[in-house]
Write a protein that binds this ligand. Structure first.
Ligand code: URA
Length: 437
């Protein structure tokens, strides 16, 4: 039990001295109970941002946040349950493809997903663009859906890691989000509470990721896998490129349509590749004795056979979604206004400000400006060109979709700044940059 004054702990961290595990546990439970004021916790978070945390402190912080609320019990679902978590990206619709693909290979997917955060999109918002789709199944319905079709993707049930929720909200407004130990413990506390047996982390890196620098992303991956190990859960991290949006579509129903095309074998190559890699790794974790390479081959066969698309249909039907939209994608609501963006000069598209593209999608209505904002599921961007493509002045590089001309106007100005065009052809992007076990 911590008996000293909290201000002394702030001093200790500020001076770079490690905190005791018991001090950290006490800090988390007292903050969650409202016994430490936000101004003191803000100072502590800032001290952690500058001084970092060693592995022992990090494990203590993560487990204290996990233990601040309920933990899901998935033992009622037979088989090895493997969770996948992305650290966030733009145009990242991989869960919509990888989930059904892995389930079609016999590994159950009982997944709790999140909503968009900042400039990044969220799986729940995408799924809700399918009319009727319910992300709020009761625990009983969730288990029944996984047992019946091998897959269900829902919003968080129960009160998982409430201390993280409170701390995250404070970090959001105190400039303390971008700290590797704070991100690592925040993500892992929720993953550990969500009850899966094994965890695959998709750690994005590049201009559209929260952590943009490759070495820092690697460090984030290392710290999270260390937490998983410390908690007795096998955890693998794949570092994947977010130097440009994944696929062509950014925005909720636009991304759902692209995911459906990918499941039908008509999707963009980069998206297909990343999905096969992630599914391959999930399968190797979920099936004893299967290597990553064998997992990837199994995923490829299953995707090409149409079985993953069939599983997606099962999932949509099982969660109340209207299948006629999947079968005839023209039924999805189309934005009232659209505008083509053209290249201002000739050359290769050499880089993109992918965070800026995510922000543009938000301006168009695909994201939330405040917690109360209502998402426009038809808003977003369809990229016409990607990094490495050659463009002439006046060529279409993207189409913007929104409900009003004013939003299109603001978004167009923002999007125009997101491209770098040069006369040197850029190196091809490596999609899976590294794997950390
Ligand atoms: N996602 C989280 O859940 N937490 C963070 O700190 C950053 C991204």
């Amino acid at each position: 039990m911590q008996t000293g004054r909290f201000v002394d702990m702030i001093h200790k961290k500020k001076e770079g001295k490690p905190l005791e595990s018991q001090e950290i546990r006490d800090m988390v439970s007292r903050y969650a109970a409202g016994k430490i004021p936000d101004y003191q916790m803000s100072a502590m978070l800032m001290a952690i941002c500058f001084q970092g945390m060693n592995d022992e402190e990090l494990t203590a912080l993560t487990l204290a946040m996990r233990d601040s609320g309920e933990t899901a019990d998935l033992s009622g679902i037979p088989g090895i349950k493997v969770d996948k978590h992305s650290t966030g990206g733009v145009g990242d619709k991989t869960t919509l493809i990888v989930g059904p693909l892995v389930a079609a290979c016999g590994v159950p997917v009982a997944k709790m997903s999140g909503r968009g955060l900042g400039f990044t999109g969220g799986t729940l918002d995408k799924l809700e663009s399918i009319p009727g789709f319910r992300i709020d199944l009761t625990e009983e319905e969730f288990f029944r859906a996984v047992r019946a079709s091998g897959i269900s993707v829902i919003g968080q049930t129960g009160n998982l890691a409430p201390a993280d929720k409170k701390l995250y909200a404070l970090r959001d407004v105190t400039g303390t989000v971008e700290s590797i130990p704070l991100i690592a413990s925040s993500i892992m506390s929720k993953k550990l509470a969500a009850g899966s047996d094994k965890i695959l982390l998709d750690v994005t890196t590049g201009s559209g990721a929260f952590i943009k620098d490759l070495e820092q992303s690697r460090e984030l991956a290392r710290r999270m896998t260390a937490i998983g190990r410390g908690a007795g859960r096998e955890t693998v991290a794949m570092l994947t490129s977010m130097e440009e949006p994944l696929g062509f579509a950014v925005g909720n129903n636009l991304e759902v349509k692209e995911a459906i095309k990918t499941l039908r074998g008509e999707g963009p190559e980069d998206l297909r590749e990343i999905c096969l890699a992630l599914a391959g790794m999930m399968l190797s974790l979920g099936k004893e004795g299967l290597s990553y390479k064998e997992g990837r081959s199994l995923a490829e066969e299953t995707l090409d056979s149409g079985a993953a698309y069939g599983k997606f249909l099962d999932m949509v039907e099982g969660q109340g979604g209207d299948l006629s939209y999947i079968e005839n994608m023209d039924k999805f609501q189309r934005a009232a206004c659209e505008r083509e963006l053209t290249a201002g000069e000739e050359g290769y598209i050499s880089s993109m400000d992918t965070e800026g593209i995510g922000i543009t999608a938000g301006i168009l209505g695909a994201g939330r400006e405040t917690k109360e904002s209502v998402i426009d599921h038809s808003a977003g961007i369809v990229m016409k060109k990607k990094i490495g493509d050659w463009v002439r002045r006046g060529d279409a590089i993207a189409v913007l979709y929104s409900s009003g001309e004013d939003k299109l106007h603001r978004a167009e100005r923002c999007m125009q700044r997101c491209y770098t065009i040069s006369d040197r052809r850029p190196e091809p992007l490596k999609l899976v940059v590294d794997i950390i076990r």
